[in-house]
Design a protein around this ligand. Structure first.
Ligand SMILES: Nc1ncnc2c1ncn2[C@@H]1O[C@H](COP(=O)(O)OP(=O)(O)OP(=O)(O)O)[C@@H](O)[C@H]1O
Length: 294
């Protein structure tokens, strides 16, 4: 059986008194393109850094591809990580980055790396410090792809890119996942981009997982119910209310229904992924991120 791309149980990370991740449990199957979304400060970077083995959990556990993150050369070779600021070495040229990548990574695919650099129109002699932010992001993605990881972790990779460059970047990413059957976990604030490329969604809010699952299953299990103004008592049985709003004569409920929905007199509409994400992000916080000192 294929190991999950990421498995976390009760994963918790504190920075001093600050709880950045709290009791997160996740089981993400391999072979998915996972979108990780949540507001600023939710804990996305913390989760991705734990997955990349750059941070240690305070409590709980995390495994990627069946092993402890960054535990040994084999595990390191299987996971590619592109940090939020797409780090490159300012004084090294593009070509020197590729040479460095080749010497540091056992599975390195130099032909793929050079092909991508040529396709992007990057000058191999250009120093990385002289590249634009978008070009640096593309270089960082090229290095991560040429490493041929089984799991690629990307922390807001498209944040600095213009719409065309974003499309190119996502196209490169899709090409890589299709060819290598790799898993990708990618954080982003741009739900429309995630909608295009992701088939699995994780929403993280205030240090906790709000919802996680296959995009298709999530969309099939969430609805907008509208009807005359009323409270929750008239809702169909078994639904969980994610968000509700009321105007003078009408009430609207965004609900999750894990079984068949019997809407009665409510009008039922499907949700877009963006509606779904925003509804979970707007849900009241269940636990404060700042904890009292014990
Ligand atoms: N090294 C650190 N020391 C103390 N607090 C930290 C540290 N790193 C992150 N935090 C705090 O932990 C919380 C989660 O931060 P994190 O960077 O994981 O969030 P994020 O969801 O990636 O945010 P963004 O969308 O703004 O990038 C934030 O409140 C942040 O201030």
């Amino acid at each position: 059986m294929t190991e999950p791309a990421l498995k976390a149980v009760g994963l918790t990370k504190r920075y001093g008194r600050h709880l950045a991740l709290s009791g997160c449990t996740l089981d993400i199957p391999a072979g998915r393109v996972v979108g990780l979304v949540g507001p600023n400060g939710a804990g996305k970077t913390t989760l991705l850094q734990l997955a990349a083995g750059m941070l240690m959990p305070t409590s709980g556990s995390i495994e990627v591809l069946g092993g402890r993150p960054a535990a040994g050369a084999d595990q390191l070779a299987k996971v590619g990580f592109v940090a939020q600021d797409t780090p490159t070495y300012a004084n090294l040229s593009v070509a020197e980055h590729l040479r460095f990548g080749a010497s540091a990574n056992p599975r390195w695919d130099q032909a793929a790396a050079q092909g991508r650099i040529a396709q992007l129109g990057l000058n191999p002699k250009q120093k990385a410090g002289r590249l634009s932010g978008g070009q640096r992001a593309q270089l960082a993605l090229t290095l991560a792809i040429a490493k041929q990881p089984d799991l690629l972790i990307l922390d807001e990779p498209v944040a600095s890119l213009d719409p065309m460059a974003r499309r190119e970047f996502l196209r490169g990413l899709m090409g890589f996942t299709a060819e290598h059957k790799a898993s990708v976990i990618m954080s982003s604030h741009l739900v429309s981009d995630l909608e295009r490329v992701c088939d699995y969604l994780v929403v993280l809010v205030a240090s906790q997982i709000r919802v996680a699952g296959d995009v298709d299953d999530l969309l099939a299990g969430h609805f907008r119910l509208s009807g005359p103004r009323q409270d929750r008592t008239g809702l169909p049985q078994g639904v969980q209310v994610i968000e509700e709003s009321h105007v003078e004569r009408q009430s609207t409920f965004l609900v999750r229904a894990d079984g068949p929905l019997h809407p009665g007199s409510f009008t039922v509409d499907p949700l877009s992924l963006e509606d779904l994400v925003l509804a979970y992000m707007a849900q009241a916080t269940t636990q404060p991120a700042e904890e009292a000192v014990r």
